[in-house]
Design a protein around this ligand. Structure first.
Ligand SMILES: [Zn+2]
Length: 44
């Protein structure tokens, strides 16, 4: 078992995902999918 680096839940290593070098669970992977780049025209 591995520990999610974000929420601390135990996850099977086969179910872990990597996000910027952190091992995270599927939930965090799904929730953490913020687009790094803002959409066009959102900010001046
Ligand atoms: Zn997590």
């Amino acid at each position: 078992m591995a520990i999610c680096a974000k929420c601390g839940v135990e996850v099977k290593e086969e179910d872990m995902y990597e996000d910027h070098g952190l091992q995270i669970c599927e939930d965090c992977k799904m929730k953490g999918t913020r687009s790094p780049a803002k959409p066009c025209g959102g900010e001046k």
